[in-house]
Design a protein around this ligand. Structure first.
Ligand code: C2O
Length: 596
């Protein structure tokens, strides 16, 4: 009996030891779930099993085309992470092009080397080479995305980057399902060739796309596309979180679903106060998280996107086609031959765009950073298109008119050729050989920026001429920077989406006309609950005021996310100095960092 007792005791001991083990390993799993390492391989393009390097060949709009795409899919793989995770992506470049990948909207705190813009934070990954992008995703959650940041390869090299809250708690009722909706743009041509042609012509050739896409597919309204529509099956009564991303190249978009409406809960991976709307307006680079309840009579409905062409119908040509996908109710016996179509806003419906863009406000939570009230650096940046003498290599350029360029404070940004800005900054090469730290705080002259006469009045046309340069704005670590972004009517007036790398910013105010420091503008600043973004669509013939804290050492480009304006020079960069604590110092580049 004693024996038995001892045995019994022993087995209880063993059991409890086992239980402890189980508990410890459960705890480990829980901790790992707390901050996991998400490691992936991105092949650009895929290598097939028999080791023949192959591009992805796909059929679109009656043509078979070879495209550059990650892991053989369009869009590329969705990266799903939780806030706090570490992301490690091995990018293997087996394409014939120089490539980099940018993690759009990721802060890259102390990992500026992984940001990705070509010649800004790195030299490109040349064909046959690889680079490991490694970064932490901290203090941000929501929808972001990744895309190529070299030439116009992002037309096909892009995908979603979804950051879930660490404890899975959303500031809204948990949706039934989450669905990335990537809006894209498609050319029946090699996009790199299209870009080269536009450059050689000095901007006289416009590169209008052939289609827009939803999750890589154009939809029923295009030729040969009967089977090329994305379908979302929904359960009646359930609520879906649509993670909408404008990954199109040169166009802002209106997005609607017939008979359904949305509640916007986040933009650019920042929560907003719930905002009800039946139309989403979204510029390239931006994201919108929208709840959609399947509350229409069970049937099939089109979701659709088409251009918001802010320059208007008399402006430069644009892709005026409409992409569609299908929202199909599960188990619905009602299967119409043609799903009903939402009525889309007019292409030049600036009123609808402005209402959407300006009605959003930030959601205040205990962890939401407050708007800093003290400003250390004030800038007034006038930006838009302009002209420069044709380069000798621009063989198709109109020499008497000159080449179309673009500028910020009249500096037409030139990418360095032999070393990235970040590397030059890290090595202290700011003596002008690569760049100068003298980006102007103001335009060289003040004038009526929004006056169309700029383009015709011979006494004003001198203002159109831009100067090329690689000039950056140097700011101290931790400085609060306020920038008035003044859109000009030079060459043509249009809404430009400006994207800042490395930071989110508060959008304090927006308006039409010339920003006027002396009058109401400052009184209208929202310092309480402004929307927080990484990409701001600045109204045409208008302005926006942004404010951010430069708490991230490195070199960060701010540029127009209409891809065709980047090589024209619609960019500048912030050089954020090191701080004094170990956490505020830019670490050295990783060992596999690509150099030129
Ligand atoms: Cu989404 Cu500099 O880019």
């Amino acid at each position: 009996m004693d024996d038995q007792l001892i045995k019994g005791n022993k087995s209880i001991e063993a059991m409890s030891r086992q239980l402890t083990l189980v508990l410890v390993s459960l705890l480990c799993v829980a901790l790992a779930a707390d901050a996991a390492v998400v490691e992936r391989i991105f092949h650009v393009p895929i290598i097939l099993l028999f080791l023949i390097v192959k591009n992805l060949t796909i059929s679109r709009l009656c043509e078979r085309r070879v495209i550059t795409a990650v892991n053989g899919s369009l869009p590329g793989p969705t990266l799903k992470v939780s806030e706090g995770d570490t992301v490690v992506i091995h990018v293997i470049n087996d394409s014939p092009y120089n490539i980099t990948i940018h993690w759009h909207g990721i802060f890259q705190k102390r990992s500026a080397w992984a940001d990705g813009p070509n010649m800004i934070t790195q030299c490109p990954i040349v064909p046959g080479n690889k680079y490991v992008y490694k970064f932490n995703v901290t203090e941000q959650e929501g929808t972001l995305w990744w895309h190529a940041h070299a030439s116009s390869l992002r037309a096909t090299v892009y995908g979603a980057l979804v950051i879930r809250p660490r404890n899975a708690s959303y500031p809204f009722p948990k949706p039934y399902r989450e669905v990335p909706i990537l809006l894209g743009e498609w050319w029946n041509a090699n996009v790199v060739d299209v870009e080269t042609q536009a450059f050689l012509s000095g901007g006289s050739l416009s590169n209008v796309s052939d289609a827009f896409t939803i999750n890589g597919r154009p939809g029923h309204l295009y030729k040969c596309s009967k089977n090329h529509a994305y379908e979302l099956e929904v359960v009646a009564g359930e609520t879906y979180l649509l993670r909408i991303i404008n990954s199109a190249v040169n166009n802002q978009l209106f997005f609607k679903i017939a008979s359904h409406s949305f509640t916007v809960v986040a933009v650019d991976a920042s929560y907003t106060k719930p905002y009800d709307t039946d139309v989403v307006v979204i510029a390239p680079g931006q994201t919108v998280d929208a709840l959609m309840t399947a509350d229409a009579p069970p049937s099939s409905y089109y979701m659709a996107a088409r251009a918001y062409a802010s320059a208007g119908l008399d402006g430069p040509p644009f892709d005026n086609t409409t992409t569609t996908a299908i929202v199909r109710y599960a188990n619905s016996s009602n299967r119409p031959l043609r799903p009903s179509m939402p009525s889309m806003p007019a292409f030049d419906d600036t009123r609808t765009a402005h209402r959407f863009y300006t009605n959003l406000t930030g959601l205040l939570r205990p962890e939401t950073p407050a708007v800093p009230l003290h400003v250390d650096e004030r800038m007034f940046v006038a930006f838009g298109l302009g002209v420069s003498p044709c380069e000798p290599s621009q063989v198709m350029c109109n020499r008497s008119r000159g080449a179309i360029t673009a500028s910020m404070n009249n500096v037409s940004f030139q990418f360095p050729a032999s070393i990235s800005l970040l590397e030059a900054h890290y090595n202290g090469l700011d003596d002008g050989a690569v760049y100068t730290s003298d980006f102007p705080d103001n335009p060289p002259v003040m004038f009526d920026f929004t006056d169309a006469k700029l383009n015709t009045d011979p006494t004003l046309t001198a203002l159109l001429y831009t100067e090329k340069g690689t000039r950056v704005k140097k700011v101290k670590y931790g400085a609060t920077v306020e920038v008035v972004l003044q859109n000009t009517a030079m060459i043509g007036a249009e809404n430009h989406p400006l994207h800042l790398h490395g930071f989110n910013f508060f959008v304090l105010a927006q308006g039409f006309g010339n920003y006027n420091n002396a009058t109401a503008a400052r009184d209208s600043y929202n310092l309480v609950d402004p929307q927080v973004r990484n990409t701001i669509a600045v109204p045409l013939r208008g302005w926006a005021v942004i404010r951010f804290v430069a708490n991230n050492p490195g070199v960060w480009i701010m540029h127009c996310h209409l891809e065709q304006h980047l090589p024209l020079g619609l960019a500048m960069a912030f050089e954020v100095e090191d701080g004094t604590t170990p956490e505020s110092v830019l670490p050295p580049p990783p060992s596999d960092f690509p150099t030129c």
